[in-house]
Write a protein that binds this ligand. Sequence first.
Ligand code: CP
Ligand code: NVA
Length: 306
Amino acid sequence: MRHFLTLADFNKKEILDILKIAKSLKENTKKGVFSTEMQNKTLAMIFEKNSTRTRVSFEVGIKQLGGNALFLSNNDTQLSRGEPIMDTARVISSMVDMIMLRTFEHSRLEEFAKYSKVPVINGLSDSYHPMQLLADYLTMQECNKDKNPIVCYIGDGNNMAHSWLMLASKLGFELRIASPKNYEVDSNILAKAQEFAQDSGAKLILTNDPKEAIKDCDVINTDTWISMGQENEKEKRIKDFKGFCIDESLMQHAKQDSIFLHCLPAYRGYEVSTEVIEGSNSRVFLEAENRLHAQKGVIIWLHQNN
Ligand code: CP
Ligand code: NVA
């Protein structure tokens, strides 16, 4: 069974195929034309963490494809009371056609997928956020930033940084990641990306210097310094990330027509300044809107390939 847990499990053609579906569904949606491919199908959405974009885009997305969504937060299932994942997965997957799970350790997602009878989608784990990357790349395509781009990610070596590593190493573009010392990407995930990069020709550059990373970049990214589950480290992180805010003076080093992306939610004055996120290079709301179409692309691809 094909699941969608990380881009590591997909080849370049498959990633571009999903994006093609997403692009065509977006064009049709704008014309008011809707597919009925998921008629009578139900997507269960299990959220062990909060969400605005992922929840709304999956729920609206499956409905635009003719199907139904079932929203299950921590308050709604027995998971938060300790029912084993392997039981929950077998029960829910016997009643629905696809499952999206947002959770903590990536191994929870893998275990869920192992016991599920239907495709499972990663709606964010501590290690990866692959759905976001599809929306990000769709945005790059729409902004003509997908031809040999230089992309940088400045910030925490978290699920977003890891997902950028997977996308760049699969598609074969240059990615520079700048993180403060002790907040670098996971070394096992980096090693995996380096292996993929040998095939794709991707150039992966890791540094602790944001200026080095952003120089002449086409696409600039960041993410919160305090991910969900790290709230008690807030004060320390704010100190440790000093100098990593993407502000206008840092943006001066990027290409003039570069685009700024952020998966959101954003914390102005920390990882990004108000001037940059509200400025003329920012495409963050197009990026957020593209979540809707990227989700539909994945739902349809999984439906057709299982
Ligand atoms: N970018 C993203 O996944 O946002 P939510 O946490 O609001 O879903
Ligand atoms: N890195 C963030 C992404 C939020 C969409 C988190 O995991 O909280």
